[in-house]
Design a protein around this ligand. Structure first.
Ligand SMILES: Nc1ncnc2c1ncn2[C@@H]1O[C@H](COP(=O)(O)OP(=O)(O)OP(=O)(O)O)[C@@H](O)[C@H]1O
Length: 294
């Protein structure tokens, strides 16, 4: 199975949210990683036919998704960023309702609902109202509904937003487990959500993919550029603004710094093993303010 984006573009008035994106995806987990506003949601919405591209095309095995129509949508499972859960529904009724909207046969819907509530560890909560669910439970239910039609293409827009570390870990394992024979696209701005489970990372910035590769292919690009050093506060203040400080940790009166720089930032600096987080922070460094906030 080959999902292709061909010069996919979306323009809102004078804002180009997605800019001539071309990419070919086969079975596997893809992490769309980018800062807020990079264009991830817009791109996913075009892939799922929620919005129409200004130009460009999406194809599946060479056929336009528009031409395929219903046949394409039948292969899709989508979890939007803000899912409209009906708080008065129980988890089970909600699943059956979505199954009906998707046009699934009632007997199949019932069987799938049971299986998926089990998979997402919600069986015991099947008859509880969604309004009583934690953020993590709602996200698990969101995944369950996206899987109702056994999709070959699963698109998850910031599925881990608001989850605590334990729920994030559970979630990652669940995605890994269900990704066989599927194209799974997962958008996030949290590096650790995709670092260990994505087969490929697609780094998105200003509407374009600026990098694409496995974690090790991407981190190799900054091999030899990551440094650790101790510095006084003054030295940090005077440091060239173009040097990307990815972490600064106070130790007594000094600071322990981790920086990305293609030249040695100070005499005492020693090289460190690059991580995906280093690469991400370097890519989006200019979008941070002088206090290191986004
Ligand atoms: N309906 C719209 N009208 C105008 N501009 C829009 C619209 N939707 C998105 N944009 C703009 O397009 C750009 C990309 O937005 P998008 O939501 O796709 O980014 P994102 O990477 O998903 O970020 P986030 O994680 O914050 O949702 C942003 O500058 C956003 O303000």
């Amino acid at each position: 199975m080959k999902l292709t984006m061909e010069r996919l573009t979306k323009q809102f008035k004078n804002k180009i949210a997605v800019d001539r994106v071309s990419m070919e995806l086969e079975e596997g987990i893809y992490g769309f990683l980018g800062a807020n506003g990079a264009g991830k949601t817009t791109l996913m919405q075009m892939l799922c036919q929620i919005i129409t591209p200004t130009s460009g095309e999406v194809k599946l095995d060479g056929r336009s998704n528009i031409e395929m129509g219903e046949a394409f949508r039948d292969l899709l499972g989508y979890l939007p960023q803000e899912f409209g859960y009906s708080p008065g529904f129980t988890a089970k009724d909600f699943m059956l309702y979505i199954a009906a909207v998707k046009g699934l046969r009632p007997s199949y819907a019932k069987k799938r609902t049971k299986e998926l509530l089990e998979l997402t560890n919600l069986s015991e909560d099947a008859d509880r109202k969604i309004r009583t669910f934690s953020g993590g439970m709602k996200q698990r239910l969101g995944i369950a509904q996206a899987l109702l039609n056994d999709p070959r293409i699963l698109v998850l827009d910031e599925p881990t937003a608001g989850l605590d570390p334990k729920e994030r870990a559970y979630f990652r394992n669940m995605i890994s487990g269900l990704s066989k024979d599927k194209i799974v696209i997962l958008s996030t701005h949290i590096v650790s959500d995709v670092e260990y489970i994505a087969d490929r990372i697609l780094l998105m910035k200003k509407g374009r993919f600026i990098m694409n590769g496995t974690v090790s292919e991407l981190t190799e690009t900054i091999d030899g550029e990551v440094w650790e050093c101790e510095a006084e506060e003054k030295e940090l203040e005077n440091m060239d603004r173009s040097i990307c400080v990815v972490n600064s940790h106070r130790q007594g009166k000094d600071l322990r710094l981790r920086v990305v720089s293609n030249t040695k930032p100070m005499q005492s600096a020693v090289k460190a093993e690059p991580t995906l987080e280093d690469l991400y922070l370097k890519a989006f460094y200019e979008e941070m303010d002088e206090r290191g906030r986004w």
